[in-house]
Design a protein. Structure first.
Length: 95
């Protein structure tokens, strides 16, 4: 995703808003470690979130599958697993 800082903040604000979260992005920091997707630490006035954005040619349901896998790991109860707040496609985001 090739957007300037203001464009990224607007895009991430749109994602937070669509998840019914406080959508005013105070800070968005790109995180490293992944080769396929863009990942950001996003802070609003009250919370911090990690937001993953599919910028590759991977199938659109890749995050839904990842969410299912994380939820399955959570059921086991032996591991600390991040809470998935939401998964949406680009079409759902623009609706």
């Amino acid at each position: 995703m090739n957007k300037n800082s203001s464009g990224i903040n607007n895009f991430l604000s749109q994602i937070l808003q669509s998840l019914s979260l406080d959508s005013v992005v105070v800070e968005a920091i790109p995180l490293s470690g992944g080769d396929i997707h863009d990942v950001y630490l996003v802070a609003n006035e009250s919370s911090r979130y990690v937001v993953k954005v599919n910028t590759s040619e991977m199938p659109g349901d890749v995050f839904r599958l990842e969410s299912d896998g994380l939820n399955a790991l959570k059921v086991v109860g032996e591991l600390r697993v991040p809470e998935v707040i939401g998964v949406m496609s680009e079409e759902e985001l623009s609706a």
